[in-house]
Design a protein around this ligand. Structure first.
Ligand code: 5GP
Ligand code: ZN
Length: 118
């Protein structure tokens, strides 16, 4: 079973509909919405409905949900016309730049992202 929802988690609030977001995809496993501070023309966050602190904990607790997030990311990319490709990122831990400790998959595209990872 998923950990309890912390009452201060912004992504739990978006999933619950208690905080507005530009939702572009929603299914039984996840919700996808546009990032408030986009780093590319398409910058969407795909979050599991269950609260896990990061992708590794999600993979341990609900492995099928990791595939569901990637599938949703692909659907969002297709809907935004990203036929030249897109980037999927899970920041995991503060040193990686994770600031919201509810697992989320970044979907980035719509500009040249280059060959580097950062
Ligand atoms: P992280 O750095 O944790 O991997 O990414 C968190 C992302 O969430 C950031 O890109 C940030 O702009 C975005 N973000 C933080 N709070 C909100 C919010 O309330 N709404 C939306 N749409 N995005 C948010
Ligand atoms: Zn949460």
């Amino acid at each position: 079973t998923a950990p309890a929802r912390p009452d201060d988690c912004v992504f739990c609030k978006i999933v619950a509909g208690d905080l507005p977001a530009d939702v572009v995809h929603s299914d039984e496993t996840c919700v996808a919405f546009r990032d408030l501070n986009p780093q590319a023309p398409t910058h969407v966050l795909v979050v599991p409905r269950s609260h896990y602190a990061n992708a590794a904990e999600l993979a341990a607790g609900e492995p099928a949900s990791v595939a569901a997030l990637v599938d949703a990311g692909a659907a969002v990319a297709a809907a935004d016309g990203l036929d030249q490709g897109y980037r999927l990122i899970f920041n995991t831990g503060a040193a990686a730049g994770q600031t919201v400790f509810h697992a989320h998959l970044h979907v980035l595209g719509g500009r040249s992202l280059g060959e580097g990872l950062v």
